[in-house]
Design a protein around this ligand. Structure first.
Ligand code: GEK
Length: 239
């Protein structure tokens, strides 16, 4: 696994973060060392898929990067007659995602689609995953997107929404804990600070309450936090 050294040397001007070739090349290492609990979330997506995916339905991985959640759903659903649709707007990510798919032994067909998740159609979905993707969609467009997803879901369908969240009072504590986690994973203070600057205008976190309200507003009956580590949360919403 190639090691993420993108922010290891000082940059005269830290520009906004983009999901380009350089990021795609180190992405498994980057996300593993940046998002506490990432591996657990991916494993549980397989477990959730095994329990909740309905026959002859579709599973969507929106903002799939290298397709980790898509392949987790694929392993969870086994040989049932479902299709996995994985969408990302970064061509660099999808090139590598297709290589991972070739090495995968799962059975369900997986379609990788290069598109903006705001432009795709969602149909017959029994499981939708937004694993740390909604945070990159402009906040004013998030409600419309979630409504569109909800409308394309089957009754009892599930949505897994994972996000870095903004907090009230414990913000400083959780931000410190997250940075301590990253230092423990081998990132230097320089890497942590430059990455933070690069994400400032790109990754826009909202509070947990904002996410919960939006999901209820879209029409979901059940909205539960099933995972949290510091300021990283994953919600399960059931139609
Ligand atoms: C994982 N889910 O490994 N349309 C399509 N793709 C988008 C959009 C958009 N509007 N905005 C961002 N992306 C993955 C991890 S990473 C999270 C998701 C992170 C894509 C973007 O290209 C990137 O691949 C992904 O969403 C976000 O489970 O890096 O913190």
């Amino acid at each position: 696994m190639a090691k993420d050294k993108i922010y290891a040397t000082p940059q005269a001007l830290v520009t906004d973060f983009v999901f380009d070739e350089a990021v795609a090349g180190v992405f498994p290492d980057m996300i593993q060392r940046s998002v506490p609990g990432y591996a657990t979330i991916i494993n549980m997506i397989a477990t959730l898929a095994a329990r909740s995916v309905q026959s002859e339905s579709r599973c969507y991985d929106l903002g799939c990067s290298l397709g980790a959640a898509a392949l987790a759903m694929r392993s969870g659903i086994g040989d049932s007659d479902c299709r996995v649709i994985a969408v990302d707007n970064s061509p660099a990510m999808l090139t590598r995602a297709r290589e991972f798919l070739e090495a995968d032994t799962g059975k369900a067909p997986v379609d990788f689609v290069c598109a903006d998740i705001q432009d795709i159609s969602v149909e017959k979905a029994s499981m939708v995953v937004l694993n740390f993707t909604l945070q990159f969609v402009p906040p004013e467009r998030r409600s419309g997107l979630l409504q569109h997803i909800f409308d394309g879901m089957l009754p009892s369908g599930i949505l897994v929404l994972s996000e870095k969240i903004a907090l009230g009072k414990p913000q400083a504590l959780f931000t410190d804990m997250h940075h301590a986690f990253k230092k423990g994973q081998g990132y230097s203070d320089l890497e942590i600070s430059q990455k933070r600057t690069a994400l400032e205008n790109v990754l826009l976190p909202e509070t947990l309450a904002t996410h919960q309200d939006r999901l209820f507003q879209a029409g979901f009956n059940t909205v539960e936090v099933w995972f949290q580590c510091f300021n990283f949360v994953s919600l399960l919403a059931i139609k």
